[in-house]
Design a protein around this ligand. Structure first.
Ligand SMILES: [Mg+2]
Length: 188
């Protein structure tokens, strides 16, 4: 079984568009900009042996306000810059859309990726910038790391850890991994 870091996309790897204090996905390829720390943070995680799996809700596709081709082009650009092992995408916009049951905060995308890639969810991490990511990670049994971008919305469940950006998240995960691999010394 392998360990993974599950990464939300918007607000974690790339800059979201902010309206009224809330993040929205970029609409055009021009607006799709990676944070400068995204590639180095992912490189650290990969060197430490983690699989990198993006898990993203893109309901604008289901609503018909975004084209799937543009989202796929964004993901091709993402893969050029970051060596990802897998991308899970949920385009469902409402309960009638196919794939709705996988939409975060449901854990379906993590469970599917775990089955496909042989991932041990209990020793894996979910990194996200919104409550849906945290609740999804917890439902899957992962350790959750919240990137606090100070949006105008509250979390619903308490994350295991809270950081400022993806590089801090990566450093934290490496520290936690190291701590968990230190052999337990029995006290006498
Ligand atoms: Mg996000």
């Amino acid at each position: 079984m392998r360990r993974a870091v599950f990464l939300d996309r918007d607000g974690v790897l790339n800059e979201p568009l902010i309206r009224n204090g809330l993040p929205h996905p970029p609409q055009t390829l021009d607006e799709f900009r990676l944070y400068p720390e995204a590639a180095p943070a992912c490189a650290l995680l990969r060197e430490a042996g983690f699989l990198l799996v993006v898990v993203t809700n893109q309901p604008d596709v289901g609503r018909g306000t975004q084209q799937i081709e543009i989202v796929e082009h964004m993901h091709a650009l993402l893969r050029e810059r970051i060596p990802l092992d897998h991308i899970e995408l949920c385009t469902a916009a409402d309960g009638h859309s196919p794939g709705w049951e996988r939409r975060k905060p449901a854990p379906g995308m993590l469970l599917d990726a775990a089955q496909a890639l042989g991932i041990d969810l209990g020793s894996s991490y979910m990194v996200g910038d919104r409550w849906r990511d945290i609740d999804c990670g917890k439902a899957a049994g992962c350790t959750t790391v919240f990137i606090d971008r100070r949006y105008a919305e509250a979390l619903r469940q308490r994350p295991h850890h809270s950081v400022e950006n993806l590089l801090d998240a990566a450093r934290l995960i490496l520290k936690l991994k190291q701590a968990s691999s230190v052999p337990t010394v029995l006290s006498t």
